[in-house]
Design a protein around this ligand. Structure first.
Ligand SMILES: [Zn+2]
Ligand SMILES: [Zn+2]
Length: 245
């Protein structure tokens, strides 16, 4: 059993999955506790390459956009009709619950929904979660995850108006969306990689991992753009990669 806080990428495409890829989803683990943070299309397949679904302790969903949660109804059917699993806690916004309830006839007893917002801290085993609103068209929660004295901050989806405040204090790793090519900055409430780099620098983050790059946007260009504004170590998330925080 590994006590260290770790992040495994189940999918990292923005908006829609790249060929052979999956949308946003991450396994966060520490001390034998496993939580899926976002569960976009394709991520439940990849999750099974890393853990037995029965070992999943909870799901945390950042917002209601389909690229962040649409494998939840699929997971529910697997749990309910095939794997005989139930009582999986799901933490998400009221808007996500509303949509989930339209796609999943009965959330209970398979899923136990907890509506969370910026004022709702959550503890799951040794993992401590705190949330903050980002700059995005629907209620969207950035997620700070701490365990063993380490801190990971996940931007979820956000535009440049996001101010993390205390969520950004002493962050070891910033997992930040970088949806946009630089020429598209400001057109929608997402970030370019260089904007992600500026944010990481302002927080003094120890490391920056870019994610949610939209298919077709040049990843090497995104990495270079972020490196130029951040000045530190920049990684680009790839499906299946694990990072020790
Ligand atoms: Zn998204
Ligand atoms: Zn979104």
């Amino acid at each position: 059993m590994d006590d260290a806080l770790s992040l495994t990428v189940l999918g990292c495409s923005g908006t829609y999955p790249a060929p052979g890829g999956a949308c946003s989803g991450y396994l966060v683990q520490a001390g034998g506790t496993t939580v899926a943070v976002d569960l976009g299309p394709g991520t439940f397949a990849n999750l099974q390459a890393h853990v037995d679904p029965a070992a999943l302790d909870a799901v945390v969903l950042t917002h209601e956009h389909p690229d962040h949660w649409l494998d939840l109804p699929v997971l529910r059917n697997a749990f309910r009709y095939v794997l005989d699993l139930k009582d999986l806690p799901v933490y998400g916004t009221a808007g996500t619950e509303r949509l989930a309830a339209t796609l999943i006839e009965e959330l209970a007893p398979t899923l136990v929904w907890h509506t969370v917002g910026p004022a709702t801290p959550v503890e799951i085993g040794p993992l401590r979660f705190r949330f903050g609103l980002t700059d995005h068209p629907v209620e969207t929660l950035a997620v700070r995850i701490e365990a063993g004295g380490r801190a990971l901050l996940y931007s979820a989806d956000t535009g440049p108006g996001w101010r993390p405040g205390p969520l950004g204090d002493g962050v070891d790793v910033l997992l930040c969306e970088a949806s946009l090519a630089p020429e598209h900055e400001g057109q929608v409430q997402h970030l370019s990689a260089r904007q992600a780099g500026t944010l990481a620098r302002s927080l003094g983050a120890g490391r920056l991992i870019l994610t949610h790059i939209v298919p077709g946007v040049d990843e090497d260009g995104q990495r270079a753009g972020a490196a130029a504004t951040y000045g530190g170590d920049v990684a680009v998330a790839t499906t299946g990669a694990t990072f020790t925080i």
